[in-house]
Design a protein. Structure first.
Length: 139
């Protein structure tokens, strides 16, 4: 009986999923300052009045219990998509997420092909040089 109770408690503790609350800092670290005067800082580090306004809005939305996605949706509809520090993986913006890995792969293939070609040229040169040395020794 005791082992069944321990097994049940173990099951409950391993299956219990803790609720992870999103913080204001986590959200504001993914937002650009919407200041029109050319501020290029992230909201979490910025002290512009517009960043302070966004921080207050995020705090209020978190107090209302809105999810992270809803907060980002509201802010992007109010300030435009430029307020998001990382573009969403949808629409035309998916190219940003695909371009870097694709560029790394293509670059790697190009470097491999060039180095392989040079290796082949070096092997041919070495073969010809050895052949030349053997002919010279015969003379």
């Amino acid at each position: 009986m005791k082992s069944k109770i321990i097994a049940i408690l173990f099951l409950f503790t391993t299956l219990a999923v803790p609720v992870i609350a999103i913080t204001e800092e986590e959200i504001t670290s993914n937002l650009n300052c919407p200041d029109k005067e050319g501020c290029t800082m992230i909201v979490v580090d910025c002290t512009c009045p517009s960043s302070l306004e966004i921080k207050d809005k995020v705090r209020a939305m978190l107090d209302q219990g809105l999810s992270e996605k809803k907060i980002y949706d509201k802010l992007s509809s109010e300030y435009g998509r430029e307020v998001l520090a990382t573009p969403p993986k949808e629409g035309f913006d998916w190219i940003v997420w695909v371009a870097l890995p694709a560029g790394i792969i293509v670059g790697g293939v190009v470097v491999y092909k060039i180095s392989r070609k040079r290796m082949d040229e070096n092997e041919i040169f070495e073969y010809e040089y050895e052949k030349f040395l053997k002919e010279r020794e015969k003379q």
